[in-house]
Design a protein around this ligand. Structure first.
Ligand code: ZN
Length: 66
């Protein structure tokens, strides 16, 4: 358990999928993941990302493949 107050504003709703997104240790903020950021920027196609609509299950998959 870490000691800091988790009630501080350290997470927001992802502008794309409304999932909770961390503001700390999150290079893709304010998005929840690289996928949402890419999709929102319209560059997902360039990255060879999955088609929109093919949503991942409700797992905490943050696409940490990089
Ligand atoms: Zn998202």
């Amino acid at each position: 358990m870490r000691g800091y107050c988790v009630s501080a504003i350290q997470s927001i709703k992802c502008p794309h999928c409304r999932k909770e997104a961390s503001l700390t240790d999150n290079p893709y903020r304010p998005f929840c993941s690289k996928r949402c950021k890419m999709i929102d920027l319209g560059t997902w196609a360039d990255e060879g990302y999955r088609i929109p609509g093919e949503r991942a299950p409700e797992a905490d998959d943050e696409d940490e493949d990089e």
